[in-house]
Design a binder for this molecule. Structure first.
Ligand SMILES: [Zn+2]
Ligand SMILES: [Zn+2]
Length: 205
């Protein structure tokens, strides 16, 4: 299943691992909405990581009043814990831990680890990636390199990144040349937008 999503990601100009995380998170939220909130284990795991980061808050707010189902049970559990805290004054979890513990970020990390593991173990996927138009973002280039056994494969991945960055670098060079007042040419569309390709490399989820 994850192989299929990775391969779909190779047909895009952005990072195939980021694409896989986005797609699988979309599925996760789909099921979270449809059945997750009925299910005790899903609510329990949300309670155990009871923080929703600002990025995921935006996404789950789209589930609207269906979230009443989720929060009915979640609030019940939270009330129990707070009553306990009134007696003991020693919280089970420290505030700092809660901050890092968004249930949805944890799911994203799980997908990311799975995608990277699948990628580095498959010769076919690596080959497909090397021949594709996609480019791993900086974070995922580094994570893939760290997890690859073979030095030669790591070098091929880096070579591809260097080649793509060189193309962007040259486009930016042409852009500056053409905006010079002495230039007779105007920058082409892809030279004007060269920074967009740079952003794809430097940003990640
Ligand atoms: Zn990425
Ligand atoms: Zn999050």
């Amino acid at each position: 299943m994850i192989d299929f999503t990775l391969k779909e990601g190779f047909n895009r100009s952005a990072c195939p691992i980021c694409y896989t995380i986005e797609e699988q998170m979309h599925d996760f939220l789909f099921w979270f909405e449809r059945e997750g909130y009925h299910e005790y284990s899903s609510i329990k795991s949300l309670f155990e990581h009871s923080c929703i980061c600002s990025r995921h808050k935006k996404q789950i707010l789209n589930l609207k009043d269906k979230l009443n189902n989720t929060f009915e049970l979640l609030i019940e559990m939270e009330e129990k814990e707070l009553k306990e805290l009134m007696k003991t004054r020693s919280p089970k979890r420290k505030a700092k831990e809660i901050e890092k513990n968004c249930r949805f970020c944890i799911e994203e990390r799980r997908i990311e680890e799975h995608a990277i593991e699948t990628f580095v173990k498959s010769k076919e996927l690596i080959e497909d990636y090397l021949n594709s138009r996609s480019l791993l973002c900086k974070k995922h280039t580094l994570l893939i390199i760290e997890n690859l056994d073979k030095k030669e494969t790591a070098q091929k991945i880096l070579k591809k990144a260097l080649h793509k960055l060189d193309v962007v670098h040259k486009k930016i060079g042409l852009y500056f040349k053409k905006i010079d007042y002495q230039s007779k040419e105007k920058p082409e569309e892809d030279e004007l937008n060269a920074y967009l390709d740079a952003i794809k490399f430097f940003s990640n989820l």
